[in-house]
Design a protein around this ligand. Structure first.
Ligand code: PLP
Length: 493
């Protein structure tokens, strides 16, 4: 690359001369310039470097992207004391050199993170790697917003489509699968329906395309589902629902928390927006809360918005408007921990899925268990559907066939009255009793008494969450030890 010497540009020229992979993040502008235009010019060069880095990273396989993200050796050496791990920036605000740089930044012409509620460099590393992983082999570009929690990502995504389009009263609805994480159901029922009067229409059996069709009309703003759902492991034919949504010119939003991009990337099937609770399987260490909203570029929507980002880069639209204005910013420390967990996402989801498969096969044979729900069991009514969508990325079975992996969440139902399930649950000795999932450690939950207590009995009946159901999220302990613990607990009744 030609050497461009600019007044005060300092060592930046050296960075550009090298043929190594350049830097992925926006470094701050080095050197002082005498006009806004010159800062913008310097910024253009930085943005070019970033584009070049991204295009090189996109050629890597999933694991390579997961391990390094956009952090390169060049960046480590030139901007981060050579450290191997992305820097943790706890400082809340960025300093500027002078009014010219500041003006360029506030015109969004000079890359800048400005203030921690809008953005933070450590969070950026995480956003970029999630965008790349979710887009991997889908043929699409994506953008990503990381938030303080999964719930805030869901709320921000939904609200952007529920904004008023005209003066005066408006009938607005959205259609969602009923099989949802309890917190999402509460958010839809309380904040959207009760508080705001949005007509929330639930699909009870999301594999039934007709049920979706019957609920949609001209005022439907989006379709929503969670696959596989927590805890029932409900599934739908994503491609079919995508086609339906797009025939109405509305987006399909999918919460894919329990799959992670290692097992399923809904954007490959045409989904517009993907939600993750990073708190769960992506952040398997369980050391922090976080959420992510990842959008395809562009999304399908018939809503009019003067801001072109709304359609072209929805996650960025949310980031620079409602996210900035409401403030559910992600913690930089949590983001660094998520980056660390992401590095081993594919092999981890492989191992956890295999453990869960073994445990579910054991439970299926157990005399005190009357039903096991796990997508990897050929007896499951959703097995064929899950087989179509849940595949370990970049893997085959040794004979060139795709390798199915079904995740580490399962449920089983204990024979007899609800007290039996409580007894089995209380007798677990190795497995933790916790309203949590996605962990490297095995966890069990009684959904009817915890995660799904608040929505009430009627919801639980419809969503098929009986008192006898124990949700089990299988960890990385030796599966023989997990099975032994379950066996002794089941034999206590
Ligand atoms: C936990 C969970 C959420 C909410 O995420 P938080 O990070 O706890 O706010 C959303 N969707 C699913 C499927 C979940 O399991």
């Amino acid at each position: 690359m030609a050497k461009k010497q600019k007044s005060g540009q300092g060592d930046q020229t050296n960075v550009q001369e090298s043929s190594d992979m350049p830097v992925g993040i926006f470094p701050t502008i080095r050197g002082k310039f005498s006009s806004v235009e010159e800062y913008v010019q310097a910024a253009k060069e930085i943005l070019e470097q970033k584009k070049e880095t991204l295009s090189q990273i996109k050629k890597f396989k999933f694991d390579t992207i997961a391990v390094n993200g956009i952090y390169t050796p060049k960046e480590a050496i030139n901007y981060n004391q050579g450290a191997l791990i992305e820097p943790l920036y706890l400082g809340v605000a960025q300093a500027y050199q002078d009014t010219n740089e500041w003006e360029g930044a506030f015109r969004y012409k000079v890359p800048s993170w400005c203030y921690g509620r809008y953005a933070n460099p450590t969070v950026w590393y995480l956003e970029q790697v999630l965008a790349l992983l979710e887009a991997y082999q889908t043929g699409h570009e994506t953008s990503c917003l990381v938030t303080a929690s999964g719930m805030s990502a869901i709320k921000l995504a939904a609200d952007a489509f529920l904004a008023k389009q005209k003066k005066g009263p408006e009938e607005i609805n959205f259609v969602s699968s009923l099989q949802l994480y309890g917190g999402t159901f509460q958010q839809f029922i309380v904040s959207q329906k009760q508080d705001r009067g949005i007509d929330v229409r639930f699909v009870v059996n999301q594999t039934d395309l007709n049920e979706w069709k019957e609920k949609i009309d001209d005022n439907t703003r989006f379709l929503y589902t969670e696959v596989p759902s927590n805890p029932q492991l409900a599934f739908c034919d994503i491609e079919a629902v995508v086609n339906l949504a797009h025939s109405w010119e509305i987006p399909f939003i999918i919460d894919a928390t329990c799959a992670t991009p290692a097992l399923m990337r809904p954007i490959a099937y045409g989904a517009d927006i993907v939600i993750h609770s990073l708190t769960k399987s992506i952040g398997s260490s369980g050391l922090g809360l976080g959420g992510a909203l990842i959008s395809r570029k562009p999304i399908v929507t018939k809503l009019k918005n003067d801001n072109p980002f709304f359609k072209e880069s929805f996650a960025e639209f949310v980031k620079w408007l409602s996210f900035r204005d409401t403030g559910p910013a992600a913690a930089p420390m949590n983001s660094l921990m998520f980056l660390n967990d992401l590095r081993t996402l594919r092999p981890r989801m492989d191992m956890l899925s295999q453990n869960c498969q073994r445990v579910s096969e054991f439970l299926e044979q157990h005399p005190h268990v009357y039903q096991v729900d796990y997508l990897g069991l050929p007896n499951s009514p959703l097995y064929d559907l899950a087989k179509k969508y849940m595949k370990l990325v970049d893997s085959d079975d040794g004979q060139g066939n795709e390798l199915n992996r079904y995740g580490h969440l399962m449920c089983f139902r204990v024979d007899g009255p609800p007290e039996n399930a409580r007894k089995v649950f209380d007798n677990l000795k190795l497995i933790f009793r916790a309203g949590d999932l996605g962990r490297i450690k095995s966890m069990a939950t009684l959904p009817a008494l915890s995660t799904h207590l608040q929505p009430g009995e009627e919801f639980r009946d419809k969503a098929d969450i009986p008192d006898q159901m124990i949700r089990l999220c299988v960890g990385a302990e030796d599966p023989g030890d997990i099975i032994a613990d379950l066996d002794q607990a089941l034999n206590s009744i």
